[in-house]
Ligand binder design. Structure first.
Ligand code: AMP
Ligand code: MG
Length: 406
């Protein structure tokens, strides 16, 4: 039986980043850039006005005999258009926010600091001196041509998409999403829309894992449920081996019908199949036909917890992410964890920030078959190996499931 750390290390050593693909900008959210993003234009592309106001020569804004100077208005430039003539001595042009600064003008005064005779006015009085460059956004102020603006390896979020759109990247090169095969196992497992019959239970794992896989940014494909026979498993694995990762649930323990390990030996290899943790001791890792296979336990809670610990980091690494693991913080376990185990225990808990500290409440009975212990959990309180009891009010480390990876 190996430790959680060793298991994770052995798994990740076998996982590599997937190839890059070109995707439409709008489809790139959440993916990792496989290219440096270089500016092929200056941004802004031209000097433009930051205000609605008047473009003028700054020396024309000086007081004249103690009076505000009066300039003649020779035209107007709206955003999206260019001036047809220059601003010359003693003149000004109306400009709108975002409009190119007309040639000859070296400054813009905002409308509130001027006086003029309505929209048809032919003159404007400049009520304050303005320095050169006032209210002008120079070309290239934000991004300069040739500059690397976003590095390869960055996850694309809404703000990166904004920058990419500004730079005219209609498509971007990203690391592609992994395609994951999800396979249930067990003669007792029926689909969600079937009537319960004696001895049967619904396939919760495949649906839960599908959602968890998507939540991790990958593409999930439920391949149904294999019966507990070598033939049925072989057939399902033939299809599963065309994916980037195979996730199974159940069938990896030591029962008479736990045949997933047999197929792994037959068609690939087993790296390990037991981890010193609770819930989730029977986790198998290896390959089938060259495709990595993570065999998760059948018990729904074990399946959920081990996916978070091992499956999610695998999918992140495949997607080119470098931050793979959820952060841990020290929490006060208000209700304590009484039942001690020799194995490392991941206790589902709700953590909140109260009175300047993180307070954890466990979600009640922690049996690995009790799915309701997952509801309301946003953290795993980690009880170290060795049969340690956490008394009410003791501190422990907690893995924060809703915080971004570090
Ligand atoms: P196993 O490891 O196959 O012996 O399964 C352990 C427990 O998990 C058994 O009680 C199974 O009935 C249950 N189980 C297995 N697969 C699923 C599934 N897809 N959904 C819900 N429970 C399952
Ligand atoms: Mg089974």
């Amino acid at each position: 039986m190996i430790s959680v750390e060793e298991a994770l290390e052995r798994i990740l050593a076998e996982i590599t980043e997937l190839e890059e693909v070109q995707v439409a900008l709008a489809a790139s959210q959440g993916l990792v850039l496989a290219q440096d993003i270089v500016a092929h234009d200056n941004i802004p592309p031209f000097a433009n006005s930051a205000m609605d106001g008047f473009a003028l020569r700054s020396q024309d804004s000086h007081l004249l005999n103690g009076q505000p100077p009066r300039l003649s208005i020779t035209g107007s430039v709206a955003a999206g258009y260019v001036a047809e003539h220059s601003v010359t001595e003693g003149t000004a042009m109306r400009v709108m926010t975002g409009a190119p600064v007309p040639p000859g003008a070296d400054t813009v005064i905002q409308i509130e600091l001027t006086h003029y005779d309505g929209p048809e006015s032919t003159w404007v009085e400049i009520l304050q001196e303005v320095a050169p460059g006032n209210n002008i956004r120079p070309a290239g102020e934000d991004m300069r041509i040739g500059q690397t603006v976003i590095q390869r390896g960055t996850e694309i979020g809404p703000w990166e998409i904004g920058v990419l759109a500004t730079l005219g990247y209609a498509t971007v090169s990203v690391v592609r999403r992994p395609r994951v095969a999800i396979l249930g196992t067990g003669d007792e497992v029926i689909d969600v829309d079937e009537q319960l019959r004696p001895g049967k239970i619904r396939n919760s794992n495949s649906y839960m894992l599908e959602a968890a896989v998507r939540h991790a940014g990958a593409e999930a494909n439920r391949l149904g449920v294999a019966q507990d026979t070598v033939e049925s498993l072989r057939e399902k694995f033939r299809e599963a081996a065309t994916y980037d990762l195979i996730l199974t649930s159940g069938g990896v323990s030591v029962g008479d019908f736990d045949l997933v390990k047999d197929i792994m030996t037959e068609q690939g290899n087993i790296n390990f199949w037991r981890i010193n943790m609770r819930p989730g001791k029977p986790v198998a890792f290896g390959h089938i036909g060259g495709v990595p296979l993570l065999g998760l336990p059948g018990n729904p809670v074990s399946s959920a917890v081990t996916f978070e610990l091992f499956g999610r980091p695998v999918l992140r690494k495949m997607q080119g992410q470098t931050r793979l693991l959820k952060p841990q913080v020290t929490v006060v376990v208000e209700d304590g964890v009484q039942d001690s185990a020799m194995r490392r225990h991941y206790v589902r808990a709700h953590v909140e920030w109260r009175h300047d500290r993180f307070i954890a409440h466990t979600t009640g009975n922690q049996g690995s078959n009790l799915m309701t212990s997952l509801l309301h959990a946003n953290a795993f309180v980690i009880v170290p190996e060795g049969g340690i009891t956490i008394h009410p009010g003791d501190t422990a480390q907690a893995m924060m499931l809703e915080w971004p990876e570090v």
